[in-house]
Design a protein around this ligand. Structure first.
Ligand SMILES: C[S@@+](CC[C@H](N)C(=O)[O-])C[C@H]1O[C@@H](n2cnc3c(N)ncnc32)[C@H](O)[C@@H]1O
Length: 330
């Protein structure tokens, strides 16, 4: 039933139905690539029930359901698959689909991402649109998934570190890391009050409220007591999007890296406008005493589902005195 587990993980994290991988899953087992094909189940009523139990009836899915719209698309697609294979639809599938069509109540929508190394889900309340309430911070962006994957591949290095995240949005990266890596001291920061409030609730949903986890309002370029503290790692995902705020962002980064000569910045950006990203790199170049590495060829183990063809950059910046390097030696 590996194919069904694979469907389950995609459903709970609301992978767009158009990008859903239904038929085949290539997994590495014992160092060998194996193909799991769920078509051998032939979409029988038994197979349909197994899929429903791992998706809409999944314990996590019931407690923290994906949006009604998403469930509707998923069930509609499931029905079309069953019909394509000339099988009868089981009663539960039909009933559930009709119920989602009739349900007009507006509920909160959640996404639950499976974190294998923690054997746990990171569940987040997320907005349905990329921009809402005047902010881009109420959804999880692809860069956050990439940053989390990179960090998960460096668990030994990160264990026990003091981390501050800039523009953390609703908290995906930090929540995943706090679930998977021990003894982290993690400070989430963002500027937007709505984002901070959803972030706080997401931390609570994941039972991560403790003295090692802080949520702070921080506007780049402004003074703040948070910037007087020393951190080992500064994380940032998808914060390079507006040329006008790059100087402020660079100012905050340089303040944090100046405090601790051994500190590093790990920044991930999905590059939508090359010019904007170049403007950020030019600014980074001008910060005295700082060097950066572009981890362009870094191969990271795949953990989450997203479009792997997107153009992204992973940068690690540090003071010249800092010896930490992740650059792959050629
Ligand atoms: C595109 S979202 C990325 C959110 C999250 N890191 C992710 O990748 O899912 C950018 C985030 O930066 C925050 N932000 C924008 N301008 C900011 C500023 N001047 N100071 C601090 N945070 C800011 C926004 O509130 C938003 O949460």
């Amino acid at each position: 039933m590996d194919g069904v587990c694979h469907i389950s993980k995609q459903f709970l994290s609301c992978v767009p139905i158009k990008s859903f991988v239904w038929r085949k899953k290539y997994i590495v087992q014992d160092g060998r690539c194996k193909i799991h094909d769920i078509d051998h189940l032939q979409w029988s009523e038994d197979c349909q029930m197994k899929i429903l139990n791992k998706t809409c009836f999944h314990e996590i899915g019931k407690q923290f359901p994906p949006s009604k719209k998403y469930q509707q698309y998923f069930l509609k697609f499931l029905i079309s698959k069953v019909e394509e294979n000339e099988q009868p639809c089981c009663d539960q599938l039909c009933e559930l689909y009709v119920a989602t069509l009739q349900d007009q109540t507006c509920q909160q929508a959640y996404k639950s991402y499976f974190v294998p190394s923690a054997n746990a889900y990171a569940t987040l309340e997320e907005s349905l649109s990329f921009i809402s309430n005047g902010t881009t911070g109420l959804v999880t962006w692809t860069a956050a998934l990439i940053l989390a994957e990179w960090c998960l591949s460096k668990q030994d290095f990160l264990c026990g570190k003091r981390i501050i995240e800039l523009g953390s949005g609703i908290g995906f990266t930090g929540i995943v890391l706090l679930k998977a890596i021990e003894q982290l001291n993690y400070t989430f920061t963002d500027v937007h009050p709505n984002v901070l409030s959803v972030l706080k609730s997401n931390i609570a949903i994941n039972s991560l409220e403790n003295e090692n986890v802080a949520i702070k309002q921080l506007k780049w370029g402004k003074q703040s007591p948070i910037l007087q503290q020393s951190y080992d790692v500064v994380l940032a995902a998808d914060v390079v999007f507006d040329p006008s705020i790059i100087p402020d962002l660079l100012h905050t980064i340089s303040m944090l890296l100046c405090r601790n000569k051994d500190a590093i910045l790990v920044l991930v950006s999905v590059v939508r406008a090359e010019k904007t990203f170049q403007c950020f790199l030019d600014g980074l170049d001008k910060i005295e005493g700082l060097v950066y590495e572009d981890l362009v060829n870094e191969r990271i183990p795949e953990v989450f589902y997203f479009d792997r063809d997107c153009r992204y950059r992973i940068l690690v910046a540090r003071s010249k005195q800092c010896l930490t390097s992740f650059k792959i030696k050629k």
